[in-house]
Write a protein that binds this ligand. Sequence first.
Ligand code: WQD
Length: 339
Amino acid sequence: MNILVTGGTGYIGSHTAVELAMQGFNPILIDNLSNSREEVVHAIEKIIGKGIQFFNIDLCNKAELEKLFSVYKVDATIHFAAYKAVGESVDNPLKYYRNNLLSLINLLEIYQEKKLDNFLFSSSCSVYGQSDEQPVHEKTKLGKAESPYGYTKQIGETILADVLKVNSFNGCALRYFNPAGAHESALIGEYPLQAPSNLVPVITQTAAGIRKEMTVFGNDYNTSDGTCVRDYVHVVDIARAHVAAIRRLLNKKNKESYEVFNLGTGQGNTVLEVIKTFENITGQKLNYKIGPRRSGDVEKVYADTTKVNTDLGWKAEYSIKDIVKSAWAWEQHLASVKI
Ligand code: WQD
């Protein structure tokens, strides 16, 4: 079975490509390398012990994309490719609206024209905004998106839902909470071209001395220790959820043509708890200071996982300890290969 993986050299895309190959699927990776590296393809091949197809394609170039679909029979698509830096999206909204929406629209137009089936959309817990109701479940009323990035995920879900209403194909949206950690081989992990802004890579880069010091953005929230609560979920757990969702669609087990699932652990951790866990697991003292709140941050968001556990039959297996341990191993691997 050919599974098209857009954003396939990216963080979650690369880990999903590994899981797909290990479970007997044939992932076909496409990526425009705007925020990832072609060397990731070789790392994936090393892990799975065989070759993998990769094409440097920009999804906003529909003609290029149509060429690929004319050569390969695509049995399902997992659409990861998108710009995802929250702060950058505030400064450059058009870059985000154009790229994130046009790439999705191009793919769906081809799906509609060629009567293809099985489409997975990479969504995000940021669609919930700051919900008073915690944990959030799939029917929780969506809040105002905190950024153009988050809004492209909300609009993307609506576009997919509307298209599925008038076509015969099936799809689903997977709402990631906070993906973190790395593959146990430490050959792939979070490796963006731009400096990462999310918590776990900032922690490991600070511990590795790449950053002198890190800032905890605010400790005056209404939480156990005043710092924000998030649901950190291991990237390999996220990858395995995608394979489960692909199987559900390919085996026509889905109950509706459009389904939504929360991909979280159901556990919330504060920023300071993640830092403390990192220090305990790695023995590395972290150099951090408490600073002002970061605009756009929600105080608390974590997943109600009832639906994904029962309907998709998926449950996160890795803990926050596994996340920080694997993230640190990956950071050390990066340091060892840096020229
Ligand atoms: C987590 C917590 C920060 C860095 C974002 C996107 C979301 C998804 C995951 C793609 C917050 C605090 C962070 C630092 C800190 N992206 N923090 N110091 O903002 O919850 O989610 O990434 O799918 O859509 O919105 O993740 O890791 O940036 O922040 O104190 O140097 O860590 O304030 O409370 P976030 P994050």
